[in-house]
Design a protein around this ligand. Structure first.
Ligand SMILES: [Zn+2]
Length: 176
């Protein structure tokens, strides 16, 4: 993301490589503040009831109308598990038991790290939150494969359905 003004003093910034760094940074020409930019962490849950997976239909941009798993950006002060649980409550209203980390994806082109936990649905009391227009359980054949919002989510679903029959889930580390 481009930065035009210093977040500390409002001065103008210049992109230069500070010594002994090796990345270009936005540095304030007035107060010298260095604006570091680092990847954002997206956490969420692949929620399932036996072999059925819970998906949310997005009611916001980007990818409005497409299906995804409950996930979003971590807030400061949260652990990844707490953030994944919060996103699932907010977007799917679902009661879950979070299990192990299931997908760790590095989206280097988007400067994002995706961390999806596998979670088991406790009951059927789920409903769409403010960022979803629908929440449904799908088995493998019913999944709207052509209308999945994000490639990472599609990949996570494929991994789930290949692991599920084995009765064992492994961590899938994926670099894009
Ligand atoms: Zn400044």
């Amino acid at each position: 993301m481009d930065i035009k003004f210093c977040t500390q003093c409002g001065g103008s910034v210049q992109q230069t490589i500070p010594h002994p760094d090796n990345h270009a940074r936005y540095i304030c020409s007035q107060c010298g503040f260095i604006h570091y930019q680092n990847p954002n962490v997206v956490t969420g849950c692949l929620v399932h009831k036996n072999d059925k997976v819970l998906l949310c239909k997005r009611s916001i941009e980007p990818r409005h109308g497409l299906w995804t798993v409950p996930a979003g950006f971590m807030e400061n002060g949260e652990s990844t598990r707490v953030a994944a649980q919060r996103e699932t409550t907010e977007e799917a209203g679902a009661n879950i038991n979070i299990k192990d980390l299931f997908v760790l994806a590095n989206l280097t082109h988007a400067n994002q790290v995706y961390m999806l936990y596998r979670a088991e649905l406790i009951d059927d009391n789920f409903q769409p939150g403010h960022e979803s227009s629908d929440v449904k359980l799908f088995d493998q054949d019913q999944i709207p494969w052509d209308n999945i919002a994000f490639y990472t989510v599609k990949l996570a679903l494929e991994k789930f359905f290949s692991d599920y029959p084995k009765g064992q889930f492994s961590l899938h580390e994926i670099d894009f």
